[in-house]
Design a protein around this ligand. Sequence first.
Ligand code: SAH
Length: 281
Amino acid sequence: MNDTKKGKLNIVGIGPGNEEYITPASLRAIQEAEIVIGYSTYIKLVQHLLSDKQIIRTGMTEEIRRAQLAIEESKKGKIVSIISSGDAGVYGMASLIFQVLEEMGWKKSDDPEIHIYPGITAINACASLIGAPLGHDFCSISLSDLLTPWPIIRKRIELAAQADFVIGFYNPASGRRQKQIVEAKEIIEQYRPGTTPVALIKSAYRERQHIIISDLDHFLDYEIGMLTTVIVGSTNTRFFEGYIYTPRGYTNKYNIIEGTVKSGQKPGISLNLDAIGGKND
Ligand code: SAH
């Protein structure tokens, strides 16, 4: 390590948008910064921590400039924190910063030092508001085709649907971009029944939080926008008392009320498929 290294770039996830859901580590990373950079909405969320700091607010479409600025300023020896909503590594600024660093020929021993602080990403925040939809295998897919070709996104939806993953759709729609979620529904319908649980969670943990629990046949009857995450259940996901959850297979092996092992099964070893009789829970 180079002792003269001074510049530090913190890449900070601040969670879904409520101070209670920012980790203490992320808060400290913001507090120690001399310069804080972020999209205006997120800067506003942590405004009260920023009184003595230089703040660089940039608009939504200026991500590349924001990443360059964060690197330039921290290279000069400053502590810079660049903030993203949710987790900065999930459709956020972290990977863009690495891409800019790579193109600049940055080496790990160079300024700035990089620190990454995880945050609660939208799919986790949203899941917590509707039950336990992510109790078994899931994936996330961004429906934004601004930077990714639509045929690639389509293929991912198709294969995720076929593989029966619970799917969390980020960036499902915007004012101008509405057809992707319609097409996503058409693809998923080929693999899952219309009664499959679907939840629309808008502005989770923010003032305008709004939750709709629906199903594959009906979820497009509701408004879906830029602040919504859409969670589509697998064929195992079910409704229960206003919640949605995806079982993890316990009842394949155990009688869960009695706490006993089902006949033909053993704890700690692979499921005996003959004994479950083709039913997977
Ligand atoms: N880095 C962010 C994701 C940015 S992509 C994260 O980890 O959460 C932007 C998309 O994230 C939005 O279109 C929406 O689908 C989702 N999103 C972000 N914050 C959200 C919130 N509070 N409630 C619901 N969805 C949210």
